[in-house]
Write a protein that binds this ligand. Structure first.
Ligand code: SAH
Length: 352
């Protein structure tokens, strides 16, 4: 039995074995990985692609990640912060067109302390009782995560970025701790969040070796969601002259993650759509099953710039759900507005 057979039979692969799966293109050609990944996805979620409404609600950040355009040392970034009313009304508009998941993402903005953020989550919960609320606001204390969970947040996205400690220290300043990021992920899972991890592909100093560490880590953590996109340089960061991550390697990694974690919810990311014109559909064909159109008020949307040339098209944003669903249909997918919970989490959803 080859290594894919082993994974499908439920075995945990070593880092070395994951490295073979990632790098041995003769034994594991892209097309084979893609076809196994999409049949696994189809057998669990069918051809459904879950559509989430993404609100990028603040571009202030206390962190200084070398790759990210929102880093605090980027004095050229235009900063904005939506008010609670603006965020709530973006969600209510989304709810009225049928969306049942809202993803609130932002930099680590200290304005949004526990009091303000839990109050916001409660308001969204009240206005959209049967919608899932996903937060993605970085590292916080266990106590803070617990309060957010108790106020009605269901899911949390916190990419681990890389599971190799040395690599992590090349992407982040010393003040940021790899151990703490991993600890946050374990805490989120323990508190009952459907938890998302993930990494950039082709970030500076990465290699198939660091990706092998990512796979071993993901197989151990078993997150409910995994976000993967290519690294794209941003002109006002220390990584401005670094190369963009490979789209084909990103697609290959999407398939490998689907095979490792059959029931994961995996977005076909904006970074993938930015890096390649067919990126979003290619991502689905590789095994992804989620898309996250932007429902941030359009005046602020262009300011949330994690990387250069970020795809900000009006026709693919939340205003145009019908067009998005049609585009999915033409590619053989069924766009779905349902909550789209992870299959193993459905049993213990508190708010349905
Ligand atoms: N502050 C939140 C949200 C971060 S932005 C947090 O810490 O989780 C969401 C993701 O965008 C990051 O986790 C990172 O993986 C990705 N990202 C940031 N800069 C990027 C770049 N230059 N290219 C590609 N992806 C990037």
């Amino acid at each position: 039995m080859d290594l894919i057979g082993k994974v499908l039979a439920g075995a945990t692969l070593s880092r070395q074995e994951w490295l073979s799966v990632i790098s041995d293109r003769a034994s594991y050609p892209d097309a084979r990985l893609r076809s196994i990944a999409s049949s696994i996805r189809d057998s669990i979620y069918g051809r459904k692609v879950f559509i989430r409404g993404l609100v990028e609600f603040t571009s202030f950040c206390r962190n200084d990640c070398y790759y990210c355009g929102l880093r605090r040392s980027n004095s050229r970034a235009e900063r904005y912060r939506l008010s609670a009313e603006e965020i709530l009304s973006a969600c209510i508009n989304g709810y009225s067109i049928g969306l049942r998941t809202f993803v609130l993402q932002g930099g680590e903005d200290m304005y949004w302390d526990d009091g303000r953020l839990t109050a916001l989550v409660r308001e969204i919960r009240e206005a959209c009782p049967d919608a899932a609320i996903t937060l993605s606001v970085g590292e916080r204390s266990e106590d803070s995560y617990r309060k957010l969970r108790q106020s009605g947040a269901d899911r949390y996205l916190l990419r681990h970025e890389t599971a190799d400690a040395v690599h992590y220290s090349k992407l982040h300043p010393l003040s940021m701790s790899f151990q703490n990021r991993l600890e946050c992920l374990r805490t989120l899972k323990r508190l009952g969040f459907q938890t998302g991890a993930g990494m950039m592909v082709g970030s500076p100093f990465s290699s198939e070796d660091t990706l092998a560490s990512d796979m071993a880590f993901l197989q151990d953590l078993r997150p409910e969601m995994v976000g993967i996109g290519p690294f794209i340089p941003h002109r006002d960061t220390p990584f401005r002259d670094e190369m963009m991550g490979s789209v084909s390697l990103t697609l290959r990694m999407l398939s490998i993650v689907r095979i490792a974690l059959p029931s994961a919810l995996i977005p076909s990311t904006t970074a993938l759509a930015t890096a390649s014109s067919d990126g979003q559909i290619d991502g689905l064909d590789a095994g992804a099953n989620v898309i996250m159109p932007n429902i941030t008020p359009s005046t602020e949307r262009r300011k949330y710039l994690l990387y250069d040339n970020k795809k900000i098209s009006e026709e693919e944003a939340g205003e145009n759900i019908a067009w998005i669903i049609e585009k999915l249909r033409m590619a053989g997918y069924e766009g779905s507005l349902e909550r789209g919970d992870h299959v193993q989490a459905i049993a213990d959803i508190p708010h349905s």
